[in-house]
Design a protein around this ligand. Structure first.
Ligand SMILES: NC(=O)C1=CN([C@@H]2O[C@H](COP(=O)(O)OP(=O)(O)OC[C@H]3O[C@@H](n4cnc5c(N)ncnc54)[C@H](OP(=O)(O)O)[C@@H]3O)[C@@H](O)[C@H]2O)C=CC1
Ligand SMILES: O=C1O[C@H](COP(=O)(O)O)[C@@H](O)[C@H](O)[C@H]1O
Length: 486
């Protein structure tokens, strides 16, 4: 039996790519685990002329296409009984009354907006006209929320006219990843890390989110966004806040999110005066990824030969607060890199005095690597004496290595499964507060505006390499180097 309170789930954009690829498969998995409350209905909304049976066909096809496992007949029977479809053009605000009639007013309704953000205000207005914005109801919004601070504010304002912030759940799917969430446990449940997590002990931090994929046929979207809006404004800055925030008073929604907002507000601005020393942007040319010949960004389907859109970004970030003054954070993310892997690497400061200097003029720094994906886990590099009778203090770097899958013998849940459950539970901690989105845009806008002013094209890198050479220089000039992936 599910421990989740009863609720109904309404998906606007019921036949769209996001719903078919992510939402329906995640909901099916929750059915499989017995997590969905018994009374919960899943109501798809769209303009098609479908009934229950027709929508079940669409959903079944999506599950067969996008799930890695075969469809189980028993689970499908249970799941399909929850499904229904409601025909509605969201521009027709009178039509929301019919939607209301299909919902049980005794429990909360969750409205998932799997549609273009330009429609969010209109949907909220329609819901309000039908009285569906009462405080027990919640809305879920997908990224990207705008393309800059101004457009993001417009979306948030159009929603805030009808729903209070406590009803709004903004998705950043990285916050639903097991390993990102584990950062809270690592930092706040372990004395050893909690007490060494600041400028006194940490030298610098690297955060890499590397992708092997290119733009996956999404030129129309990606060329307007670029890696900065697509990945840095949301996922990388969210990881950064989880690493850099101060301990919250508790793990409740607002305590946690206030600490993250404080980090975003402390990011040192990057603008035209310092962009050259702080940021490298790149664009891939043709090359080989996993032995396969792939086209360059400008040769992708639908490409415009003149595009200066970045597919790679590396940034030196400074956080101007007491905890992190003088500790650089290096962020790096790109498409068509040699492997798909996301890691946070924390380098600890050298000891005040090297007692082994006679044998080792410089001791390697302790290094904590947190593997976010694909092989979730962490390791710490420490120095050990090699066993033996040798009197020369023969030291060797060794690893304490923890693999989540080997230790816990179970697969991590998918991010969307976790996030859907959290909305049903009414917990906002893993969702992005309006102030976070806007603080992130403010910082990112300044970088994008500096790029536009200086008009310098992105540096090229061959697909299948770790980005432009300049991204190496960005970090080596500070005396560091990017962590090499195994
Ligand atoms: N696809 C993905 O993996 C991801 C997508 N996103 C974001 O999620 C959002 C949705 O993306 P995606 O699923 O790819 O988009 P799609 O274009 O595939 O789907 C859009 C949906 O909106 C519905 N729709 C459009 N206009 C109306 C209307 N006037 N009234 C009712 N329904 C309407 C369409 O249904 P119909 O035509 O039947 O009315 C369709 O189901 C976007 O903002 C995207 O950026 C975010 C992360 C990942
Ligand atoms: O939001 C997005 O994320 C994916 C990367 O997500 P991951 O879970 O596979 O790491 C990215 O490819 C896409 O461009 C972006 O819109």
């Amino acid at each position: 039996m599910s421990d989740i309170p009863a609720c109904d789930l309404v998906i606007f954009g019921a036949k769209g790519d996001l719903t078919r690829r992510k939402l329906l498969p995640s909901l099916y998995q929750l059915e499989k685990y017995g997590k969905l409350p018994e009374q919960t209905k899943i109501l798809g909304v769209g303009r098609a002329d479908w009934d229950h049976a027709a929508y079940c066909e669409v959903a079944k096809e999506a599950l067969i296409t996008f799930m890695l496992e075969p469809l189980d007949d028993n689970i499908w029977q249970r799941f399909s009984q929850r499904l229904d479809f409601h025909k509605l053009d969201v521009n027709d605000s009178a039509g929301f009354e019919g939607l209301k009639n299909k919902l049980d007013s005794n429990h909360p309704a969750i409205f998932y907006f799997a549609m273009h953000p330009g429609t969010f205000g209109t949907i909220c207005q329609g819901l309000a006209v039908a009285g569906l914005n009462q405080s027990q109801n919640r809305i879920v919004m997908e990224k990207p929320l705008g393309t800059d601070l101004q457009s993001s504010r417009e979306i948030n304002n159009s929603v805030a006219k009808f729903f209070s912030e406590s009803q709004v759940y903004r998705i950043d799917h990285y916050l639903g990843k097991e390993s990102v969430l584990n950062l809270l446990a690592l930092r706040f449940a372990n004395t050893v890390f909690a007490s060494f997590w600041d400028r006194n002990s940490i030298d610098h931090v690297e955060i890499t989110v590397a992708e092997q994929v290119g733009i996956e046929g999404r030129w129309g979207y990606f060329d307007k966004a670029g890696q900065m809006r697509d990945m840095v404004q949301n996922h990388l800055l969210q990881i950064l806040t989880m690493i850099a925030m101060s301990p919250p008073a508790n793990l409740k929604d607002d305590s946690l999110r206030s600490e993250k907002i404080a980090v975003l507000n402390a990011l040192r601005p990057i603008d035209k005066t310092n962009i050259r020393e702080k940021v490298v942007r790149g664009q891939y040319t043709a090359g080989f990824v996993n032995g396969v010949n792939v086209p360059g960004y400008l040769e992708e389907d639908g490409a415009n030969q003149k595009s200066n859109t970045e597919t790679f970004v590396a940034i030196r970030v400074d956080i101007d607060n007491w905890r992190w003054a003088g500790v650089p954070f290096y962020l790096r993310t790109g498409k068509r890199l040699p492997s798909k892997c996301s890691e946070v690497v924390v380098y600890f400061k050298p000891l005040p005095l090297n007692l082994f200097s006679e044998f080792y003029p410089k001791l390697p720094q302790n290094k904590l690597t947190i593997r976010l994906q694909p092989d979730e886990g962490m390791d710490i590099e420490i120095l050990n004496k090699v066993p033996g009778l040798d009197s020369n203090h023969n030291l060797q770097t060794t690893k304490l290595d923890l693999s989540f899958s080997e230790t816990f013998h179970q697969q991590s849940a998918d991010a969307y499964e976790r996030l859907l459950l959290e909305v049903m539970r009414g917990r906002q901690a893993l969702f992005v507060h309006r102030d976070e989105v806007e603080a992130a845009w403010k910082w990112v806008d300044s970088i994008i505006s500096a790029w536009e002013t200086e008009k310098e094209p992105p540096k090229t890198y061959q697909a299948g390499t770790w980005g432009p050479v300049a991204s190496v220089a960005l970090i080596t000039k500070d005396g560091h180097s990017w962590h090499e992936f195994e």
